[in-house]
Ligand binder design. Structure first.
Ligand code: SF4
Ligand code: SF4
Length: 287
């Protein structure tokens, strides 16, 4: 079973639009939305939730008022300002490090699981999809990404799918690393701007560090053809496959508004280009 993650150096580069278009081209795939902090693949794929699971994120400290003697040690030792002046635990600030539990002389503090979000297995018109939502203010999105990937792998195995297609988070942080570690390939979507080129270097650097093969797609390539050519040259110098350039076109927005992928959207000049990119990616994966 292959796993492919679509990523970008920053949000708004067309990563999800492309991931959705690829989802409609994949014949036997499970889709996974790992952009858990800003999930929007569901807006295009309209999943029907069939199963939900609680996501247990960071642990939470809770205090037994009857045992507490107001000694203040927990307040002195908490590095996250999660204990108030009157020694109450501030839920939203607690990082679950358990130091307060360790230093409490009265054994008044215990650590409990806290539900920080949900993960879903759904059906879509293109096959099964695993996605998630993180509660407002909750952290540990890398851990939630890992949970989504694990669930997607199980669904793929149980339904004999040969590909897990992942819409990854933007950037190079912990959730991105969780979304790309061990995958067969990352597809990096970038724009031909100076910041886009800089982000591309950083993202390719992360993929290289983890020894993950990557390929590059330039979106809105015609907004700066010079930079697009520079990206192509840069990729060839680093031996990174360049899958193609997509020009700017209104159909990207129009299809999103209609809840369609760019492949489903009729009379759309971007569709054949995306199909060509998909074929190139399949060729690379089969080598
Ligand atoms: S678990 Fe850590 S972060 Fe939470 S209240 Fe205790 S010391 Fe502070
Ligand atoms: S360390 Fe324990 S006993 Fe002391 S104030 Fe905190 S909870 Fe209460």
């Amino acid at each position: 079973m292959m796993e492919v993650t679509v990523i970008s150096g920053k949000g708004g580069t067309g990563k999800t639009t492309l991931a959705a278009a690829f989802a409609s081209l994949a014949q036997n795939a499970v889709l996974a939305d790992c952009d858990v902090d800003a999930a929007d693949l569901h807006l295009i794929l309209d999943p029907l939730v069939e199963e939900r699971r609680d996501f247990l994120g960071l642990k939470l400290a809770i205090k037994d008022e009857d045992k507490c003697i107001d000694c203040g040690r927990c307040l002195d030792h908490c590095r996250f300002s999660a204990i108030s002046e009157d020694f109450e635990i501030i839920r939203d600030s607690c990082e679950g490090c358990a130091v307060c539990q360790l230093v409490c002389p009265e054994d008044a503090i215990s650590m409990v699981d806290r539900i920080s979000g949900e993960a879903f297995i759904s059906s879509t018109r293109f096959g099964p999809m695993v996605h998630a939502s993180l509660m407002a203010g909750e952290e540990a999105s890398g851990k939630l990404v890992a949970m989504v990937r694990e669930m997607a792998r199980k669904v793929a195995k149980n339904s004999e799918k040969d590909l897990v297609l992942i819409d990854g988070p933007p950037g190079i942080g912990c959730p991105v690393i969780a979304a790309i570690s061990g995958v067969s390939m990352v597809l990096v979507v970038t724009e031909p701007t100076l910041s886009g080129m800089h982000d591309l270097e950083r993202v390719l650097g992360v993929a290289e560090h983890f020894k993950i093969p990557s390929a590059v797609i330039v979106n809105k390539a015609d907004i700066n053809e010079d930079n697009t050519n520079k990206i192509r040259t840069y990729c060839s110098e680093r031996d990174v496959p360049f899958l193609g350039r997509l020009p700017y076109h209104d159909s990207a927005t129009e299809s999103m508004i209609k809840g369609q992928t760019l492949i489903e959207h009729v009379d759309n000049p971007l569709a054949p280009i995306i199909k060509d990119m998909w074929n190139k990616m399949e060729e690379i994966l089969s080598e």
